[in-house]
Design a protein around this ligand. Structure first.
Ligand code: RM4
Length: 281
């Protein structure tokens, strides 16, 4: 049986903002929050996907379905009423996040939960990684998270607090031979959330790191092709015997957003990996 909605536009409003929200984990989180009655603003990197317009319109119709299936009495009855705002922008630039937060607040009047999710991972041999690739991974994954979290915190610190979630990775804790430019950025996001938890607790802002294990997204669609040896190997490493899906990340994000459920959780590291990390022998 599906849970009733946690939020309500009229009696318990909740506004979520997510970077990199058009695909993968960011999209799954956004859709779950929409289904629970939240309003959602997403950032996306224009042109990064084959067809942004199509992804946005399918997100609206999936959002509508999700809302209706959780709440048959919802007053939202067509795609155009889905409370979803999509803002293009390169997250490595500070002004993208400043403007994202202000457009979100202008449209929906508040900001309760911020998810810093946008990230890239190009699988490359360490000996061949160029300075450009190294800086692109740092600029997007780490500087992007820094600016985004700072913009959210600047708003939340003077508006009663909120929940900030940094999407780090199992790769913050363990190495990957073709991820030498990526794993340090994910360790950086974990550390960022720990320091921000200490800096921002005084404002009622909780900061936590969510660490996805191996989740099937566009980041690893080449690396983990169906039928590949690596995919079989990775599945074998996971005690739950399957790769993760973006939806697997959405529930933990919702839990971190709801103060009644996680109001005393801050500075924590939440691994969502089907047990992969602890599977040594
Ligand atoms: C992860 C982890 C996964 C990989 C992705 C791209 O956080 O290393 O195994 O598929 O990055």
């Amino acid at each position: 049986m599906s849970l009733p909605p946690f939020f309500s536009q009229s009696t318990n409003p909740h506004v979520l903002c997510v970077t990199g929200g058009l695909t993968g984990i960011g999209r799954a989180i956004s859709l779950l929050f929409l289904s629970h009655g939240a309003s959602v603003t997403i950032n996306y990197f224009p042109g990064h996907n084959v067809n942004d317009e199509k992804l946005m319109s399918s997100m609206r119709s999936e959002g509508l379905q999700a809302i209706k299936s959780r709440n048959a009495n919802s007053t939202i009855t067509n795609d155009s009423e889905v409370p979803l705002l999509c803002i293009p922008g390169d997250i490595s630039q500070q002004e993208t996040s400043t403007s994202l937060v202000s457009q979100c607040v202008e449209k929906f009047g508040r900001l309760d939960t911020f998810v810093s999710n946008a990230g890239i991972c190009k699988f490359e041999e360490f000996l061949e990684i160029s300075p450009e690739s190294w800086s692109r991974h740092r600029d997007t994954n780490l500087s992007g998270a820094f600016y985004a979290v700072q913009a959210a915190a600047r708003y939340m610190s003077s508006h009663g607090g909120g929940s900030i979630i940094g999407i780090s990775s199992i790769s913050a804790l363990v190495g990957g031979a073709q991820q030498c430019h990526y794993t340090p950025t994910k360790a950086g996001v974990l550390s960022l959330m720990q320091s921000c938890a200490t800096a921002l607790g005084q404002y009622g802002i909780r900061c936590n790191a969510l660490l996805p294990g191996t989740i099937r997204t566009q980041l690893n669609e080449d690396d983990l092709k169906d039928g590949s040896e690596k995919k079989t190997y990775m599945e074998g490493r996971i005690p739950l015997r399957r790769l993760g899906e973006p939806d697997d990340m959405a529930g933990p994000a919702l839990w971190l957003a709801v103060p009644e459920l996680s109001g005393y959780v801050s500075g924590s590291t939440i691994l969502v990996d089907g047990g992969a990390f602890v599977n040594f022998q």
